[in-house]
Design a protein around this ligand. Structure first.
Ligand code: PAF
Length: 288
């Protein structure tokens, strides 16, 4: 297995992508903020199945954190991340510092409209501007054939899919199903913040979502009934709800009722202690 390359600057990335293209290789990119877990590794393995070489970026992007959010304590483990990338055959990791991505004088950002007004966009003003900007920069730098993201951040995936279309970047944006712990909790770098009691209670998120998805599959179309199933679990677990929503799977517009054959999604964000977690599931209404 070839050794993992480490790139610190755009020039180093461009030298590698040019050489890889000269060898006729198709490239996959997995953008991350590090502290990698099995969900990220699934994205890398899928990247390897879809392309000849996989690159990973590890960059805790300050532009997507609000002033009262967890930027300074966001978990980091660069050595562990590099070992995990090497274990699944990643070709190289881009590890820029903040001044490389946003040098003095930097003033360009990418903003989306309707897709970012609700859900996390409402709770975390500016978050998706930061995400869209850094992902656009990474896609423009690597110009990968494929870029892979987890469905756990479902609104983010829709935002990236849309900006890729709107800006005609021509990347194949692939979303992979959420990787979960055995008890259903979605894998997230932020799970490390939970104490033992919060960790136990946090299973309420997936329990509520799975209950809603099962009821939809059994024929329940009413969005209020489905959201109530989720709220019951959150309340029983003593979680503080941020939002619970049933939306159109593409536009993320709120729905009052599911329609057979029209993909919908249930999304939830809730606090367990000081930790805000998000999760979501597809909703497929059984045809009458
Ligand atoms: O999902 C993440 O880890 C980040 O939001 C991303 C896509 C790497 C952009 O910083």
């Amino acid at each position: 297995m070839s050794t993992l390359q480490l790139w610190r600057t755009p020039a180093e990335v461009r030298a590698w992508t040019a050489a890889a293209r000269a060898r006729g290789q198709r490239l996959a990119l997995v953008p991350t903020m590090g502290f990698l877990h099995d969900g990220h590794l699934a994205l890398m393995r899928e990247g390897a199945a879809r392309a000849d070489a996989v690159a990973v970026s590890v960059f805790v992007n300050p532009a997507q954190f609000g002033p009262r959010e967890d930027l300074s304590r966001y978990p980091r483990d660069v050595e562990g991340d590099l070992a995990k990338c090497a274990s699944v055959g990643v070709a190289g990791v881009y590890l820029p510092d903040v001044a490389t991505v946003y040098p003095p004088g930097y003033q360009t950002s990418v903003d989306l409209e309707a897709l970012t007004t609700g859900l996390d966009g409402a709770s975390r003003p500016g978050h998706f501007r930061g995400v869209a900007t850094v992902v656009t920069k990474l896609l423009a730098l690597f110009r990968p054939e494929v870029a892979l993201f987890g469905e756990k951040d479902y609104q983010q995936l829709q935002v990236i899919t849309r900006l890729n279309e709107d800006l005609e970047l021509g990347v194949d944006i692939v979303g992979l199903p959420t990787v979960r712990e055995e008890d259903g909790l979605a894998r997230s770098s932020r799970n490390v913040y939970l104490d033992v009691d919060e960790r136990r209670r946090a299973t309420a998120l997936s329990r509520g979502l799975f209950a809603a998805s099962a009821r939809a599959a059994a024929g329940e179309a009413d969005a209020a009934t489905l959201t109530r199933l989720i709220r019951v679990e959150l309340e029983a677990a003593g979680a503080r709800e941020d939002y619970v929503a049933v939306v159109d799977a593409r536009s993320l517009a709120p729905l009052t009722a599911l329609t057979p054959g029209v993909p919908a999604r249930a999304l939830v964000a809730a606090f367990f202690g000081g930790t805000r977690l998000i999760d979501n599931v597809p909703l497929l209404l059984r045809a009458p």
